[in-house]
Design a protein around this ligand. Structure first.
Ligand code: WTA
Length: 698
């Protein structure tokens, strides 16, 4: 296996390091690895890139990385100005490239990049690429749920479609700064809708089409869009999901709460459902196909300030209410494009496929914006990766000659379980770089991905980042340095991760603690929509002076970063972020549930599963029917992806005398570490723990 070290590769690295700058901050330990000081250690399992790969890479050596990184930290303004000058700016930004205050003790948290710069993201994604002569290059290869059902759009065609929708949006009164909610599956119309909004300066808020009516309504009521864009139905695998019904219910709920909506643009997704069978509200609902194609295929750009809002994306936090993460235009543009180029070693001849849905941040930054800003050809896939069988991904890879494939560990693990034959049946010879995102990738899944899928020739970019960060923060740069399976390796240019202890003191060298970031980067989120105080309280108060990520992290003796998972009340199920409080509030909305406590528990495929302890109202007995109905309540309130894997009947919950639920104990019970419960004497009623243990397999 290639996870063993090749001496020749090693020597080459040592040679390339001979003129290394010293003291490049936390990553200077990388030198030691390269110089061979730590190679003896078995558990490091260094995986070196091939010489051929490194030679053609944007960042061919650790040395080149260290130089560029050092420059990006010493002179962020100069570094990012240079990156930004590759884009079209109607007017250049002001003399101050960025302004920041990340220290709550010094006043209001504030981050600005390229302020005063006038640009447009859609223009940079499409018009700029067309003007450079690549208008006939394919922007999107679309693959439908059914094999053989596909389509393509060149950059010119995509621009024409975007302009038609942009013109329609303007026609119905959408103006700069207005919100538009997009609730669509992975049709081409999803990126088209995002781009049309950005063209006219409207703020899109994409809601993942797996969210329930209740969740959609909550988001609509928070951002009060002028228009909702959806489709009537979609096929996913062998199932049909009636999206328009969900939207109808959400709009009804929103209207009941005093927020009626005037316009619902509905795409007729004929392959799933004919328009005749779709429920319709005259006056409000409009078929996309009836109006959009009638509009002109050119549309003047709305020039916006770099700091004008681009989109809102709701994400889970530690309270029940989702947070509207707000990203602005200029810094987001520069950062997503730059990270895409370097972290995937992107070249114009690549065909890129990210399996994420545009309903999540990964789909925003690395399905739509990052690739288009680089003039890339990207695959957009509507279906399910295991339909019609577990070989579908590799079928698509061969079909479009995908060279960069980016997915989540949960998919890797589930395909790994199906067996190698689904992979090896396909050639995959086009693959050159693999990517991973959403949760820590365990070393065994990493190895399978590397050895079987990538035939040991494709570096793996394990990209650590968040909805809040907008783009990659800690990520390998393929070809630059040896990898360690399961480590996201080193920070991207301009990013200064720090690990702090409980008291917020920075810890140097080899250590574990809370992952924070010192100083801003261009695509940092600027606020939580309508709640700057919550923004400051959630992210900047725990460890004053830093942005707190919510993740735990270890830095090993070689300076490699290892993400160890969330340290707050957020769980990560199949790479989807779910707040335990959201699931709890869904459960207690069930008339027979008095109280609920949800914890994450290790899950072989999903990474984490949802484990719910429920206390029932007086005199109700737990039953199989009740279990099902509790799960159904969560599906209805949040979405199927948040359904608990296990319901544990809890006549009482372990609480401190002040009434705080002791989740530490619940986590141990959930993971069946019953002999590691620790001290239970501080509980108001220690006997509830014995009760819970008795009901473990109930
Ligand atoms: C987790 C997804 C380990 C992490 C882009 C983070 C990861 C949360 C990785 C953000 C990774 C994401 N290794 N953990 N490569 N990528 N995470 O906002 O806990 O949906 O805080 O953004 O996912 O999830 P979000």
């Amino acid at each position: 296996s290639t996870t063993t070290l090749k001496t020749s590769d090693h020597l080459r690295h040592v040679e390339s390091m001979s003129t290394l700058p010293s003291g490049a901050g936390p990553i200077s330990r990388l030198n030691a690895v390269i110089l061979g000081e730590s190679l003896a250690s078995e558990e490091d399992h260094l995986v070196f890139p091939s010489e051929a790969f490194s030679m053609q890479a944007h960042v061919p050596s650790p040395q080149k990385y260290l130089e560029t990184y050092a420059r990006s930290i010493e002179d962020p303004a100069g570094f990012w100005s240079e990156m930004a000058s590759g884009f079209f700016w109607k007017e250049r930004w002001g003399p101050q490239v960025y302004a920041e205050n990340l220290d709550i003790r010094k006043g209001k948290i504030n981050i600005e990049w390229f302020k005063g710069g006038i640009t447009n993201l859609c223009y940079n994604c499409l018009d700029r690429i067309i003007e450079s002569g690549d208008g006939d290059k394919i922007a999107i290869f679309w693959e439908g749920n059914e094999p053989g059902f596909d389509g393509t759009l060149t950059y010119k065609q995509l621009l024409a479609r975007v302009c038609q929708l942009a013109n329609w949006l303007k026609d119905v009164g959408v103006r700069k700064g207005d919100a538009v909610v997009i609730y669509l599956p992975m049709l081409m119309e999803l990126p088209i809708s995002m781009l049309a909004c950005s063209r006219i300066g409207a703020v899109h808020s994409v809601v993942f089409a797996g969210f329930s009516a209740e969740s959609l309504a909550q988001r609509i009521m928070d951002c009060k869009p002028k228009v909702v864009i959806t489709c009537n139905a979609v096929r996913r695998g062998s199932k049909i999901i009636y999206l328009k019904d969900i939207v109808d219910a959400a709009l009804a709920e929103s209207a009941r709460n005093g927020n009626p909506l005037d316009v619902c643009l509905t795409y007729e997704n004929e392959s799933a459902m004919k328009r005749e069978s779709t429920k319709w509200q005259e006056g409000r609902d409009i078929w996309w196909q009836d109006v959009v194609p009638k509009h002109p295929t050119t549309c003047a750009v709305e020039w916006v300030d770099a700091e004008d809002p681009l989109f809102l994306l709701y994400t889970s936090g530690s309270t029940g209410k989702p947070k509207g993460v707000l990203h602005t235009t200029g810094g987001y543009m520069v950062y997503t494009a730059t990270t895409f180029k370097y972290a995937f070693d992107y070249k114009p001849s690549d065909v890129y496929w990210c399996t994420a849905d545009c309903g999540w941040i990964t789909g925003h930054s690395y399905v739509t914006y990052g690739p288009l800003l680089n003039g890339a050809t990207a695959v957009v896939f509507e279906g399910a990766p295991n339909y019609p069988d577990a070989g579908r991904c590799w079928d698509i890879v061969d079909k479009f000659k995908v060279s960069i494939f980016y997915t989540a560990p949960t998919l890797v693990r589930s395909l790994m379980r199906e067996g190698d034959q689904y992979v090896t049946r396909y050639s995959r010879k086009s693959l050159r770089v693999l990517g991973s995102v959403g949760e820590p990738i365990n070393p065994s899944a990493w190895r399978w991905y590397f050895n079987v899928v990538g035939e040991s020739r494709c570096p793996i970019s394990d990209t650590w980042w968040q909805t809040e960060t907008g783009g990659f923060m800690i990520t390998p740069l393929p070809g630059a340095w040896p990898q360690k399976p399961g480590s996201a390796t080193f920070p991207f240019f301009g990013v200064q991760p720090v690990i702090v202890d409980e008291k917020g003191a920075e810890i140097e060298g080899e250590c574990s603690g809370y992952l924070c970031v010192k100083s801003s980067w261009p695509s940092a989120f600027r606020t939580l929509y309508g709640d700057h105080e919550r923004y400051e309280a959630t992210y900047f108060s725990a460890f004053p002076g830093y942005y707190f990520t919510g993740d735990g992290c270890t830095r090993d003796k070689d300076g490699y970063y290892w993400l160890t998972g969330r340290v707050d009340d957020v769980i990560n199920v199949s790479g989807h972020r779910i707040g335990t409080a959201e699931v709890e509030s869904a459960l207690v909305s069930h008339p027979q549930c008095a109280e609920a406590a949800v914890v994450g528990v290790e899950h072989e495929v999903k990474g984490q599963g949802i484990y719910a302890f429920v206390t029932l109202v007086e005199s109700v007995l737990y039953s199989e029917d009740l279990r099902r109905s509790l799960i159904l309540t969560v599906r209805n309130q949040i979405g199927a992806f948040a359904a608990p894997d296990k319901i544990h009947w809890a006549p009482g919950l372990p609480k401190t005398r002040s009434g705080k639920i002791m989740r530490r104990i619940l986590r141990k019970i959930a993971s069946r570490q019953l002999d590691e419960l620790g001290d239970t004497s501080t509980l108001a009623d220690p006997s509830v723990v014995d009760e819970l243990i008795k009901l473990v397999d109930c």
